[in-house]
Design a protein around this ligand. Structure first.
Ligand code: TYM
Length: 351
């Protein structure tokens, strides 16, 4: 990343800052790892980073109160086990920094109902039961915009499914800056989405996204799966009968083959073309064992380290508390300035 990357927001003069979060609503899978966590690790040396545990977002669907803290610690453990270094990146639970919810309210009054009506994730998640969904689920993308702009983050590493939410974040920033005559106050965030891991598909159906809500556990590789489970899921992954093609173009119309080649490329840190240069013309009988070996090599140690960290709750809590303090020291002045722009009273306000 260089200075040019912030050029989409020419009037914003602040420093580059990277932020992202993962919902604390269940076990993480290979899609979360390749779409988000791998990028967190790559970016932590490039600018100030905040990676939070999105527990406010998690309660947009019912969560057992007893499981809230263990689930939150599990995601924090996944970050660290994947290579996020708490000495470099700020890791904290979203609900412990109350400014997120406060800025979300202000943004509720900036965002338009028409904008939220277009959000496809809400439609996908509710299906026909729109009436029974929580208001929080509808408002989810506004809270996400608050998460990002509370720190004036400039870059947000996420999977492809979050693209629309980041466009909404840009719209909210732009409208706020216009409405309150504060050009460049909030930056126009740049998504960091590229790469073969941006959209990992189900192992059972190459046309649907790998997801924690899929009822079939065979459809995904969980970060807590052991080596045997990982290898078995890859052996059983759906494929077609043809050998792998020589070119990326020829993966078109072959969603399962495309997905497995993409997973291999993302795990190996290379491009699909590179993988096909090695495996093009070979059948899945050769490719699947190679993919299983690579996946076990990369993922099984993360699961082991997660288990170790989850057995050290005091150590985890020390990291999270330090993260909350650092996050709040950035957030509080930005929220205070936002409230001043909106016109709210404050004891420190000049007459
Ligand atoms: P969540 O928990 O649903 O997803 C966490 C991250 O994993 C990515 N992801 C995938 N990437 C590739 N292939 C998949 N199959 C796949 N499934 C999930 C998601 O894109 C995401 O990057 N709304 C966010 C949480 C959030 C957030 C934020 C992110 C709340 N506030 C502010 C960035 C900035 C989410 O999707 O969480």
């Amino acid at each position: 990343m260089n200075q040019d990357d912030a050029s989409a927001s020419p009037t914003y003069a602040g420093p580059e800052r990277i932020l992202s979060g993962v919902q604390t609503s269940g076990a993480l899978h290979l899609g979360n790892y390749l779409g988000a966590l791998v990028k967190f690790v790559r970016l932590q040396d490039q600018a100030e980073c905040l990676f939070f545990l999105a527990d406010l977002h998690a309660i947009t669907a019912w969560q057992d109160p007893e499981l809230m803290v263990p689930q939150m610690r599990q995601i924090a453990a996944a970050y660290i086990a994947s290579g996020v270094d708490p000495k470099k990146a700020i890791i904290f639970p979203q609900s412990a920094v109350h400014e997120h919810a406060e800025l979300a309210w202000i943004f509720n009054c900036v965002a338009r109902v028409g904008w939220l009506e277009r959000m496809t994730q809400f439609k996908d998640k509710t299906g026909k039961d729109r009436e029974g969904a929580s208001v929080g689920l509808y408002d989810y993308p506004v809270l996400q915009a608050a998460d990002i702009l509370l720190y004036k983050a400039t870059h947000v590493p996420v999977g492809e499914d979050q693209k629309q939410h980041l466009e909404l974040t840009r719209d909210i920033a732009q409208k706020f800056n216009n409405d309150f005559s504060a050009p460049g106050f909030f930056p126009l965030v740049e998504p960091v989405i590229e790469g073969p891991g941006a959209r990992v598909m189900s192992l059972r159906d190459g046309l649907s996204k790998m997801s924690k809500s899929d009822p079939s556990d065979q459809s995904r590789i969980n970060l807590l799966d052991d080596a045997d489970a990982i290898a078995q899921k890859i052996r059983r992954a759906k494929t077609d009968p043809e050998p792998l093609p020589e070119t990326v173009e020829d993966l078109k119309g072959r969603p399962e083959a495309n997905n497995l080649v993409g997973i291999y490329a993302a795990l190996a840190g290379t491009a699909k073309a590179q993988v096909l240069a090695e495996f093009g013309g070979k059948g899945f009988g050769i490719f699947k064992p190679a993919l299983a070996e690579l996946t076990v090599h990369k993922i099984a140690p993360i699961g082991e380290e997660m288990r170790r960290l989850m057995n050290e709750p005091a150590e985890m809590d020390r990291i999270l508390l330090a993260g909350v303090e650092k996050a709040q020291s950035i957030a509080a002045p930005i929220l205070a300035e936002t409230k001043r722009l909106v016109g709210f009273w404050s004891p420190k306000r000049n007459a």
